[in-house]
Design a protein around this ligand. Sequence first.
Ligand SMILES: Cc1cc2nc3c(=O)[nH]c(=O)nc-3n(C[C@H](O)[C@H](O)[C@H](O)COP(=O)(O)O)c2cc1C
Length: 160
Amino acid sequence: MSLLRVVYYSRQRVGRSRETITDQLADILQASIANNRQHGITGAMILDHRWVVQVLEGRTSAVTTAYQRIACDARHSDIVLADQTEIDERRFPYWWMAGAAIEPDMDELVRRWCGDSGFDPSRMAPRRLVDLTEAVVTAYMERTPMPVMRRAGAPVQPQA
Ligand SMILES: Cc1cc2nc3c(=O)[nH]c(=O)nc-3n(C[C@H](O)[C@H](O)[C@H](O)COP(=O)(O)O)c2cc1C
């Protein structure tokens, strides 16, 4: 069965301090994981003090419905749909939703993907947005495992 991948970016409205961003991210992830699990959606999101990038993957109807709901959330604004593509395989099959804050010491990683101008999703190709999201989430989880994202045992392969 073919799947849909949606990539969007937006302006985050959760706050600027590191603590607020981390707290809000945990809240968003908690609701996201519960809902996405029910609807077979997987994906990942990253945010810094200005931007959000999220990748949603799953059945077309499920992803479209979730995207429309997420787009109305006041915790972000100015949502831009960067890409929607039919895919054969999920890029994030292990996470109902993974999330990470881009932290100051990720400068080098961000520079690798974004160059010297820094993290600005509006200037990045969708494929690079997905690559950056994966890289940041991976780096973040290696050192800051969020209890809400932790999985016991083998990763679950969600149904297509
Ligand atoms: C940046 C961002 C990303 C979100 N991602 C998801 C998501 O992947 N899945 C989801 O169900 N809700 C997501 N939400 C939350 C939804 O906007 C909404 O609050 C939630 O789905 C409502 O769930 P509830 O009716 O179970 O409380 C996100 C919110 C924000 C601000």
